[in-house]
Design a protein around this ligand. Structure first.
Ligand code: F6P
Length: 357
């Protein structure tokens, strides 16, 4: 069979491991041939391809990024874009497509499926918030990177008796913040799912310092929001003024800096801000992510040969299953409330004022 493959959206460690697994099993067990579309859906739209054979995938398992490169191109936003993609797939003799990506990539895959494309999705987002799957590959690596950074920040915060705010990725959900915050022993963790009261955060830090601690670590997801109140007039995520991408996403950034400024002003404690940014998406995948990515890759190529399309492979508990593409798109998966409870159990409760009689 001649199968197309692409990687779309933000990159993350483990993309190459998926490609390798798909291609190895496809060539060695099913006698398949592969055509890679470069830079996500842009490669399908512009007909930019590369042959993906055993030589192309040699040595890529531990490599971050993606040999197929990626982009946030949305062909549905261009005049006749989806039809042109269908035509280019036909010209290349593609009988089925494996699309590796997140919500945006899957939403285009679903549109193409409705036009007749035989497509199987593989879930990918560093934020770990894709619906329908318990974990995305790349997330574990990002958490390890963020945890190591928090450990490093701890020692310098302690030496200088400072508060340090660490801003991590997490556009709509705080999975990286909660996991790395728990693993790194953060004193405050702020996530998009729970808008925060800045005065309450300041109070937690004051209380900790009143107990004799002389430094604090705050982990904040980039999409975290101030609760709306008259004093801060926030309530929306902090964004840069760079406009939106083709899927309508704003570019986030700046919450850590604002938070550091506000905390220093409110507590009188010297405060610094560190933004981890794309460091979390780079580098070699962890062993866990290599295994998960390989399982997804094998699941996807097996699915193509079962000839059941319009689905995405997913992890449910410890099993690889498939779910309809439509179940994975247009919504995000919030952090498990039980995890938030674990994080809350590790910090001081704020004493509630006695009720007035
Ligand atoms: O969607 C994943 C993500 O890493 C978000 O956490 C982040 O806001 C965004 O991508 C960054 O996108 P870009 O790589 O386009 O700057």
């Amino acid at each position: 069979m001649r199968i197309g493959i692409l990687t779309g959206g933000g990159d993350c460690p483990g993309l190459n491991a998926v490609i390798r697994a798909v291609v190895r099993k496809g060539i060695m067990h099913y006698d398949d041939q592969f055509v890679g579309f470069m830079e996500g859906w842009r490669g399908v739209f512009e007909n930019k391809t590369m042959e993906v054979n055993m030589d192309a995938i040699a040595g890529i398992l531990p490599r971050g990024g993606t040999i197929l490169r990626t982009s946030r191109t949305n062909p549905a936003k261009r005049e006749g874009g989806l039809q042109r993609c269908m035509e280019n797939l036909r010209t290349n003799g593609v009988e089925a497509l494996i699309a590796i990506g997140g919500d945006d990539t899957m939403s285009v895959a679903q549109r193409m499926y409705e036009l007749g494309l035989k497509v199987v999705g593989v879930p990918k987002t560093i934020d770990n918030d894709l619906m329908g799957t318990d974990f995305c590959f790349g997330f574990d690596t990002a958490v390890n990177t963020a945890t190591e950074a928090i450990d490093r920040v701890h020692t310098t915060a302690e030496a200088h008796q400072r508060v340090i705010v660490v801003e991590v990725m997490g556009r709509d959900s705080g999975w990286i913040a909660v996991y790395s915050g728990i693993a790194g022993g953060a004193d405050v963790i702020l996530i998009p799912e729970r808008p925060f009261d800045i005065e309450e955060v300041a109070e937690r830090i004051r209380m900790r310092h009143a107990r004799g601690r002389y430094f604090s670590i705050v982990v904040v997801a980039e999409g975290a929001k101030f609760a709306t109140d008259a004093a801060t007039a926030h309530g929306a995520p902090v964004v840069t003024d760079m406009g939106k991408d083709e899927f309508g996403h704003v570019r986030l950034g700046g919450i850590g800096q604002i938070l550091a400024h506000e905390l220093e002003r409110r507590t009188g404690l010297e405060t610094r801000n560190v933004v981890l940014g794309h460091i979390q998406r780079g580098g070699s995948p962890s062993a866990f992510d290599r295994v998960l990515a390989s399982r997804y890759g094998i699941g996807a190529i097996d699915q193509v040969h079962k000839a059941e399309f319009g689905v995405m492979v997913a992890l449910r508990g410890t099993d690889i299953v498939t779910i309809p593409l439509v179940d994975a798109i247009h919504k995000t998966r919030p952090v498990d409330p039980e995890l938030v409870e674990v994080a809350m159990g590790l910090i001081d409760p704020i004493p509630t004022a006695p009720a007035n009689k």
